[in-house]
Design a protein around this ligand. Structure first.
Ligand SMILES: [Zn+2]
Length: 89
């Protein structure tokens, strides 16, 4: 995905998530999985004792309402801070 594309789509998608989150629970309608805003990214485990410590892995990132991407290491289960990989235009 191009950075300009992402920068255009992400605020709209986040606003939709925030708006749904403010509704009563039984009125919330969340986007279908296939409509979720996703970006390719890289996730790297930062837990020194982990067998994959420091090794970057390609991942698919799902947009969150707060705009923060979160990940979990597939080996040790600790949180990672994945970074989106966007095409510069
Ligand atoms: Zn790990």
């Amino acid at each position: 995905m191009k950075r300009s594309d992402y920068n255009k789509k992400a605020p709209i998608f986040r606003a939709r998530l925030v708006a749904e989150g403010k509704k009563p629970r039984d009125e919330q309608v969340w986007p279908e999985f296939e409509d979720w805003l996703q970006t390719p990214g890289i996730s790297t485990c930062t837990t020194p004792s982990c067998v994959v410590f420091g090794q970057p892995f390609p991942v698919t990132l799902n947009e969150n309402a707060d705009g923060v991407h979160r990940g979990v290491c597939g080996r040790c289960g600790q949180l990672t801070v994945p970074v989106p990989v966007l095409e510069e235009d």
